[in-house]
Design a binder for this molecule. Structure first.
Ligand code: SF4
Length: 129
C-alpha cells in the first residue's frame, strides 16, 4: 500500500471516529472546519442556513428560527452557552471565515493537525484585520 493510500485510510478511520463521537453530542455535520470552541459548543452547521457568524435577520420574537419554527435559534443558544464557558468565551466575537464546502465529510481533527482548516479564500486576510 502506498503512503498516500495509507494516509487516506487513516484519515477515513479518524473521520468515522469523529462522526461517532461528535454526532450524538453536538449534532456534528462533519463540515471539516470545527469552530465549536468559539460558538459555545453549539454547532453552527445545525443552523438551517449554516450561518457561521451569528443569526440572520429572521429570528422570531420568541427566539425561534424562521426556517424551522420548532427549533430555538442556534445562535441564541450559542451566545447563551458561550457566556457560561470557562474557556474561549471571548472567541464568540471572532469573525469566522466562510465554510469551505470542499472539506465536507472530512475530519476536522485531521484538518486541524494539517492546517487545512485554516486555509481561507483569496482576499480573506485583507478583509479580516
Ligand atoms: S466539525 Fe463542523 S459540523 Fe462538526 S461540530 Fe464542528 S462546526 Fe459543527
Amino acid at each position: 500500500m502506498s503512503a498516500s493510500a495509507s494516509h487516506g485510510r487513516a484519515a477515513a478511520v479518524i473521520a468515522r471516529a469523529e462522526h461517532v463521537i461528535k454526532g450524538p453530542i453536538w449534532g456534528c455535520r462533519m463540515c471539516g472546519q470545527c469552530v465549536l470552541h468559539s460558538t459555545g459548543l453549539t454547532c453552527p452547521m445545525t443552523c438551517p442556513k449554516t450561518l457561521r457568524n451569528g443569526p440572520c435577520g429572521g429570528v422570531r420574537a420568541d427566539g425561534t428560527c424562521e426556517v424551522k419554527p420548532e427549533m430555538r435559534c442556534v445562535w441564541l443558544k450559542a451566545y447563551e452557552r458561550s457566556e457560561k464557558l470557562p474557556l474561549w468565551r471571548g472567541h464568540f466575537d471572532d469573525l469566522r471565515p466562510p465554510v469551505d464546502n470542499r472539506l465536507q465529510g472530512t475530519s476536522a481533527w485531521v484538518n486541524l493537525i494539517t492546517g487545512r482548516d485554516r486555509e481561507t479564500p483569496a482576499g480573506w486576510a485583507d478583509a479580516n484585520p
